[in-house]
Design a protein around this ligand. Structure first.
Ligand code: NAD
Length: 497
């Protein structure tokens, strides 16, 4: 069986204790992709020591030259797109059409990051005093700890590492343990593109060991974490105690609202893609469908017919609409939530059980619950599987209130023919992203991405904002008056003398 290794201190190396974990194909668990290192504190310590050396050299590269490396990364990913997508589907399960999109997002992020190497703007502003300049500019921070979830095996690591690198930081990267192969491919590409080897360190392993060692390492001043709200809380506590800069992107409980004046065919396509794409394992997945009473029954009928026709199976086979869940623990969690939905009195309209007919993998039937109350657990908690809760409302106000009644705030969507209601939704829905006449998913690489409430801690990935997270603002004053000038005390040009 193929053994993969960490990349630490400029070379591929085995874990200290020699222990590995298996990575299996969730559509066909007898297909073992390979063994990956079970790393811990010792590997992380060596990675950080090397990354600090890498950082000292890398920070001195001109930012446009750092951007050129990312340009080459984008070119290599473009030429290897199909192969990477296939490897990703094999270890993560989502259909090829989706893993190709995941790679494309990485490519777009690479080209955006590359061009950002020529911007990284600061400000030059007038000084209060004569013959003095005042400006702000951006400096890199140091070694960034990068901890990623399983559901976007390539795109999410690129969202974090590419801006971190362009800003001049070094990275210690831990991919999610369910998708270590894609993470390995990404590091290979960074090296092939000419990234100095000590600037990137790849440490495989479990969250409680390798992940925790990264979060707790005193020489890692910034952590970027995407994962569940529960894990984010643990990471946040440590970072708070250690005064680390921290970006948290966590869970969601996103809703699609369909109002009486909506284009129902369009809303139907959006609901299917939002709820069952990636088997419901997107942070932006639609897990609540809020229907206005005038269209409720008709829309549920349309949705049921289409959902029943979705084809489950191996994402590498043509015609597959929905792949497996990531592992057996996830499938058990989804089953538990189906039981909770039934016990709470919701109507299970379809699905609700394992889809053994689709294969030996962790398949689960797309499931729809109707008559769900906004405070039911299946309408409040993140399930991260193909389970959609339908909630009936009478008015627009009620729809907005239900949308806002959860502890998460990542994305929302509203289908309406009214421009007034559309703009009200943008203003009133408590989410980081609101889509009008489009599903809850579909972020673009050059716009800020993230959520409010317990989805995030105020930072954003993507777009221009993430560059602020990975760099520190510094201010420089240059006084060329040849005299001591005291800010706020000595006269400034406009004051009467
Ligand atoms: P997870 O929280 O189980 O794991 C995420 C990462 O954290 C993994 O690499 C894991 O090994 C690591 N980890 C676990 N325990 C740790 C610890 N104690 N210290 C340090 N690291 C630790 O999440 P997951 O199951 O991989 O991903 C699904 C979750 O991610 C969902 O909640 C989903 O909503 C969320 N997500 C959010 C976004 C977003 O941008 N908001 C995007 C994608 C996924």
């Amino acid at each position: 069986m193929k053994q993969f290794n960490n990349f630490i201190a400029g070379r591929w190396s085995a874990p200290d204790g020699g222990a590995y974990f298996e990575n299996r194909n969730p559509a066909n668990p007898s297909d073992v992709i390979g063994e990956f290192p079970l790393s811990g504190r010792a590997e992380v310590a060596r990675a950080v020591e090397s990354a600090r050396r890498g950082f000292e050299a890398w920070r001195r590269w001109p930012a446009p030259a750092r951007g050129d490396v990312l340009k080459r990364v984008g070119d290599i990913m473009t030429s290897r797109k199909e192969e990477i997508a296939d490897a990703m589907t094999r270890e993560m399960g989502k259909p090829l059409v989706e893993t190709r999109g995941d790679v494309q997002e990485g490519i777009d992020t690479a080209y955006y990051a590359s061009s950002e190497g020529r911007r990284l703007f600061g400000h030059t502003v007038p000084s209060e005093l004569r013959n003095k300049w005042a400006m702000s500019f951006r400096r890199p921070i140091g070694v960034a700890g990068i901890i990623c979830p399983f559901n976007f095996p390539l795109a999410i690591p690129t969202w974090k590492m590419f801006p971190a690198l362009v800003c001049g930081n070094a990275c210690v990267f831990k991919p999610a343990e369910d998708v270590p192969h894609t993470g390995t491919i990404l590091v290979e590409i960074l090296l092939e593109a000419g990234l100095p080897p000590e600037v990137i360190q790849l440490v495989h392993g479990m969250g409680e060991t390798a992940g925790a060692a990264i979060v707790e390492h005193p020489d890692i001043p910034l952590i970027s974490f995407t994962g569940s709200t529960e894990t984010g809380r643990i990471v946040g506590e440590t970072c708070g105690r250690m005064h680390k800069r921290l970006s948290l992107e966590m869970g969601g409980k996103n809703a699609q609202i369909v109002l009486d004046d909506a284009d129902l065919d369009l809303a139907l396509e959006g609901a299917l893609w939002g709820a069952f794409g990636t088997t419901g394992q997107r942070c932006t997945a639609t897990s609540r469908l809020i229907l206005q009473s005038g269209i409720h029954d008709e829309f549920v009928g349309m949705l049921l017919a289409k959902t029943r026709s979705l084809k489950l199976g191996d994402g590498r086979k043509a015609g597959t609409d929905v792949g497996p869940l990531i592992n057996e623990a996830s499938r058990k969690k989804v089953e538990r939530y189906v039981d909770i939905g039934v016990e709470d009195g919701a109507d299970m309209l379809c699905g609700g059980r394992r889809a053994e007919e689709a294969g030996d993998g962790y398949f689960f039937q797309p499931t729809i619950f109707a008559r769900v109350e906004p405070d039911h657990r299946i309408a409040q908690e993140e399930i991260f599987g193909p389970v959609l809760s339908v909630i009936r409302v009478r008015t627009v106000d009620e729809a907005f209130a239900v949308n806002n009644s959860v502890r998460y705030g990542l994305s929302s969507s509203v289908y309406t023919g009214s421009v007034n209601v559309a703009f009200r939704a943008l203003n009133e829905l408590d989410n980081g992203i609101t889509y009008v006449n489009a599903p809850t998913i579909g972020a673009e690489a050059h716009l800020p991405f993230g959520g409010v409430k317990q989805t995030g801690n105020g930072h954003r990935e993507g777009g221009w904002e993430v560059y602020e997270f990975y760099s520190e603002t510094k201010v420089g004053y240059v006084d060329f008056s040849g005299t001591l000038q005291r800010a706020q005390i000595d006269n400034y040009a406009g004051s009467p003398t």
